[in-house]
Write a protein that binds this ligand. Structure first.
Ligand code: BES
Ligand code: MN
Ligand code: ZN
Length: 473
């Protein structure tokens, strides 16, 4: 299901309305009765941000966003107002947002929150339970280009959420690659999918080791958006962890609960594919490449085993001490593959560690970086705007020793502490360019509703990457 965002220049007395107001707004245009106006006044004195007027055949919501000193928090509040309004309108087919106070920025933020909130994943329900709300109209003051841009962003977030919510039974590594190809065709970015044979010829030992226990073949997908008017000489590369299911492998996760959500372990890949869709659909003038190594991680007679030594794409030897630390192995091959593009910046996204979840929960993204001080500062600033915020971990060289192996170059396991950081240190070994690592294990999925991000896959990261790339243009 899609939520349509559209401009509408007429108002009828059947339209559900959201009137974006301030206290001085004149409401005489809207045929409200004296009683209704008195009620609104009382509610405003009571500092209500949303006042509901139920009329025969339609709803009117007066929205008066509270003043907020911080711009980012104000934007987030407007999106959250959109979320609350979406909840009230889910049984209606459409709504028209009118910015009586003439503030298009706020109107768009409310629309954004509403549209993102209106997502449901009902594909596997035999009886439809999707919200009835299909269309959000913006009034005649709105800017058509901004609306189109928002539509493409919302579509991309929905797409990412669909991918992450989709269970392993319906999304293998091959299916994930095909989803990228399909989006590429529709949005004009180029895609190349490597199959197992090609991956073998490239000696991607990390991806192949994780795949050994699987009955399905791995994939390695390359997406490229290279517009003629690209402002950058060297590409920006996005890498996403594509573990379509993580059992832990022979280092099997305890069955009680810990595997229930492991269909979401391709969250990094899903986010990166969605970001590519948003970037290309909106024609951003930046050369971007995305790489998504994908496989499931399962135990079997042929599965890789704790204690194994494997040779990675770049020749590094790795002692595998825990087959559940598989994400870093598939990412490492993508990171070294990325070197051949001489990228100006690489950002990887991964549902990489439980330690990242333990550190900050699902409220933000755990970040680390090397050689990308300025880029990281910019990304962090963008995260403030989109409320997809970065929490930076220390990345001191003191941690380097924790991944040294007795018998190979490095091992895929750190010590008992600082698990998110030692995972990052493992990745850093394979990067020789400005690089940012985003551990999204916490925010990519929530069990309880988290504002307009909903319940289930949130799509967190898509808007962050999109705005970051846009800001470079
Ligand atoms: N996919 C998991 C991380 C994860 C945990 C994602 C919880 C989402 C929610 C990852 O592959 C993993 O198993 N990490 C291990 C690493 C450990 C064995 C070093 C972890 O964090 O426990
Ligand atoms: Mn794992
Ligand atoms: Zn994993």
């Amino acid at each position: 299901m899609k939520t349509i965002i559209k401009k509408k220049t007429t108002i009828s007395d059947k339209d559900n309305l959201i009137l974006l107001c301030d206290k001085k707004s004149k409401l005489s245009d809207f045929n409200l009765s004296k009683q209704e106006l008195d009620y609104i006044k009382l509610e405003w004195e009571d500092k209500k941000e949303i006042v509901a007027i139920n009329q025969y055949g339609r709803h009117i919501f007066l929205v008066l966003p509270k003043k907020e000193k911080d711009n980012n928090q104000h934007a987030e509040n407007c999106r959250l107002l959109g979320d609350r309004l979406a909840g009230k309108l889910k049984d209606d087919k459409s709504v028209l947002i009118i910015d009586v106070k003439e503030n298009q920025t706020e109107a768009m933020q409310i629309a954004e929150g509403m549209a993102l909130s209106n997502y449901t994943f009902t594909k596997h329900k035999t009886e439809g339970t999707a919200n009835k709300l299909t269309t959000i109209y913006l009034c005649k003051n709105s800017n058509k280009k901004n609306i189109e841009e928002l539509q493409n962003i919302v579509d991309a977030v929905y797409f990412t959420r669909d991918l992450i919510n989709e269970p392993f039974s319906h999304l293998t590594a091959k299916d994930l690659a095909e989803a990228a190809v399909k989006s590429g065709k529709a949005n004009k970015f180029k895609t190349t999918v490597f199959n197992k044979k090609k991956i073998e010829s490239l000696k991607m030992g990390g991806l192949l080791a994780v795949n050994k226990g699987s009955i399905d073949e791995p994939t390695f997908t390359i997406m490229e958006w290279k517009p003629k008017n690209a402002k950058n000489k060297q590409p920006i590369i996005l890498i996403g962890k594509g573990i379509v299911y993580d059992t832990g492998g022979l280092s099997l996760k305890p069955t009680a609960n810990s595997m229930d959500l492991m269909k979401t372990d391709m969250g990094g890949a899903g986010t990166v594919i969605g970001a590519m869709q948003a970037i290309s659909a909106n024609n951003l003038p930046i050369h971007v490449i995305a790489l998504t190594p994908a496989t499931d991680n399962r135990p079997s007679g042929n599965a890789y085993a704790p204690g194994d030594v494997i040779t990675m794409h770049d020749g590094t030897t790795v002692e595998v001490l825990n087959t559940d630390a598989e994400g870093r192995l598939v990412l490492a091959d993508a990171l070294s593959f990325a070197k051949k593009y001489k990228p100006e910046l690489v950002i990887d996204l991964a549902t990489l560690t439980g330690a990242a979840v333990a550190a900050i929960g699902h409220y933000g993204i755990v970040s680390m970086h090397e050689g990308a001080e300025k880029e990281h500062a910019r990304l962090k600033e963008t995260g403030g705007h989109t409320h997809e915020r970065l929490a930076e971990m220390p990345f001191w060289s003191d941690y380097d020793g924790l991944i040294k192996s007795d018998i190979a170059d490095i091992k895929n396991l750190g010590g008992p502490h600082a698990g998110a950081i030692t995972a990052g240190k493992f990745l850093a070994h394979f990067a020789d360019y400005p690089w940012i690592h985003l551990d999204i294990a916490g925010p990519s999925y929530t069990k309880a509703k988290y504002g307009y991000r909903g319940k289930g896959a949130t799509g967190m990261g898509v808007r962050l990457l999109y705005q970051f790339i846009k800001n470079r243009a």
